[in-house]
Design a protein around this ligand. Structure first.
Ligand code: HEM
Length: 538
């Protein structure tokens, strides 16, 4: 192969480290010229005007002026840690991914986040949490970009700008900062009833985790695993916290948001520093890769659906341990760039229409957020596998590429000839049959049930969890200005359960409406309850 163009290791070199630290005998400017005084501008006399010729002053202030980069358009508020993923090898029969082979150990970087608040917002607000993991595998980077809620608000990525516009602060007053209690949010989720299931999870205790260490994580979409023999299996990814799943109660969450807005960030960093390294097991639910991509009547391409663990048990396949805090928040937590399209051989996508839009969105947004196309060269984003990508130049290029022939094959640099077996170990898209179809702009009929899984979640809750949910809807809807939105929300709740609807209606002082269609006939799934669940088992 041709020359490796980027250092294969993500760790800073000794020179980088020295350059990055506030150490050394002398202060220098960015050009390495020693500066004896960084406290006084150059002036014409002690009380005279400051001189434009003061390069040190101009450089110092210029750099400061450009210290901020745009925050993430969503998930702006986050905290992260380094760790290791140890594979049990139990997935080796269904995927050829090297990092899932028995005994494989892979360095990881994990970033937890809220979704809606800005970078400086409080941690303990009611919101979904991000749970994004970067695996630096020997076959390249794999990112599992998930949430702490196993379903999503929408079924098609074309609605993502809309749901986020509805959830972010009102454009006129920029309030609320990081709460869902406002008219645009409730307007959206009651007009787009596919959001009912995710909203119910948000209103449950899952919306206010006790700690990042006590949250589950979910890949949400159905992915496709590919075995060494080419056989395929559909899969959903789960992170199960060793500490169990725990939440705050609403009053605690509100007090913590005021008293210590960094509550979750501090908890994570303190635990790691104290040696209480948080752990999660990675688990998979597997389903046969049938042409219709359904399981027990559940459409696996609909991201508002989960598959109850009673129907498809979660099988543990490895252990994640977070054991090192970042040494620099900006360089690591802020500059890390996750992407659902970062896949390794053995893991492929499905045709979930929400996933399709994400495949575009992350790469696109990072070009703006991280200032051009070369952000994979940032230390935190560098693969630990060798890179020979033929990508050249561009803003913030830091590699000094050798040779003259950045294309493949070439006969000048002696690199990358096409040889038999060159695809060994390469990422090859699974040859999935695309059914004959007509171009349409519509959802399938199997995406039409917006209430059944929400009803299952409600029926699976213990009495205290149900009380919390009724309290959450009552509080949040109580903050809406528009009566019509509250009434529409009650109409949605009537389709989940009469007890839920009546409880919230009473709290709002409004009549409880009747459902306009029969309630879904579903069985509870005790594994959905935080209090009734059996995990962890050891
Ligand atoms: C960021 C999860 C849907 C666009 C994130 C992050 C997570 C996440 C965890 C934070 C990553 C980090 O810590 O840096 C999810 C999940 C989704 C979902 C689980 C649904 C299953 C979508 C969709 C879109 C989208 C449908 C767009 C069409 C973005 C963007 C960012 C982001 C633009 C900011 C990325 C950055 O600036 O680096 N998402 N997301 N997400 N997400 Fe999603």
């Amino acid at each position: 192969s041709g020359p490796a163009t980027i250092s294969p290791t993500g760790a800073p070199t000794g020179a980088d480290r020295a350059r990055a630290a506030q150490s050394g005998a002398h202060l220098t400017d960015a050009q390495g010229v020693r500066r004896p005084d960084t406290d006084h501008s150059l002036k014409a006399g002690p009380r005279g005007p400051v001189l434009l010729q003061d390069h040190h002053l101009r450089e110092k202030v210029m750099h400061f002026d450009h210290e901020r980069i745009p925050e993430r358009v969503v998930h702006a508020r986050g905290a992260a840690a380094h760790g290791v993923f140890q594979s049990y090898g139990t997935a080796a029969s269904v995927t050829k991914a090297a990092f899932l082979a028995e005994g494989a150990e892979t360095p990881v970087f994990v970033r937890f986040s809220t979704v809606l608040g800005s970078r400086g917002s409080a941690d303990t607000v009611r919101d979904t949490r991000g749970f994004a993991t970067k695996f630096y595998t020997e076959e390249g980077v794999f990112d599992l970009v998930g949430n702490n809620i196993p379903v999503f608000f929408i079924q098609d990525a074309i609605k993502f700008p809309d749901v986020i516009h509805a959830g972010k602060p009102h454009p006129d007053r920029e309030i609320p900062q990081a709460q869902s209690a406002h008219d645009t949010f409730w307007d959206f989720v009651t007009l787009h009833t596919e959001a009912t299931h995710h909203t119910l999870w948000n209103m449950s205790d899952r919306g206010i985790p006790r700690s990042y260490r006590t949250m589950e994580g979910f890949g949400v979409h159905t992915f496709r695993l590919v075995a060494a023999d080419g056989g395929t299996t559909l899969v959903k990814f789960h992170w199960k916290p060793k500490l169990g799943v725990h939440s705050l109660v609403w009053e605690e969450a509100q007090i913590a948001a005021g008293v210590d807005p960094d509550y979750h960030r501090r908890d994570l960093a303190d635990a790691i520093e104290a040696g209480a390294h948080p752990q999660w097991e990675l688990g998979i639910q597997t389903f046969p890769d049938t042409p219709d991509q359904t399981f027990e009547g559940i459409d696996l391409l609909d991201p508002t659906n989960l598959v109850p663990e009673e129907l498809a048990p979660v099988q543990p396949i490895g252990l994640l341990t977070l054991n090192r805090n970042p040494s620099n928040f900006f360089a690591e937590t802020e500059q890390v760039a996750f992407h659902v399209g970062h896949l390794v051989p053995g893991i492929d996508i499905t045709d979930d229409p929400l996933l399709a839009g994400r495949l575009f969105s992350y790469l696109d947004t990072q070009i703006t957020r991280l200032g051009g196309p070369n952000f994979p060269q940032l230390p935190i984003n560098r693969p630990h596998a060798p890179v020979n990508d033929m990508l050249r130049d561009g803003m913030h290029q830091t590699a000094v590429h050798r040779g003259v022939a950045p294309y493949r094959p070439n006969s000048l640099d002696g690199g990358c000839p096409f040889t038999a077996g060159a695809d060994m170990g390469a990422y090859v898209e699974t040859p999935v049959l695309v059914p004959e179809a007509t171009k349409v702009r519509e959802a399938p009929e199997s995406f039409a049930d917006h209430y059944g899984q929400a009803r299952r979640f409600w029926l699976s809750m213990t009495p205290v969890e149900r009380d919390h949910i009724i309290g959450a809807y009552t509080f949040e809807l109580g903050k809406c200005w528009e009566q019509a939105i509250k009434e529409r929300a009650l109409q949605v709740l009537a389709h989940i359960d009469p007890e839920l609807c009546a409880g919230v209606a009473e709290g709002l002082g409004l009549p409880a409406p009747e459902p306009t269609e029969p309630l879904a006939d579903v069985e509870p799934s005790p594994a959905l309850s935080q209090l009734g669940r059996t995990w962890p088992t050891d």
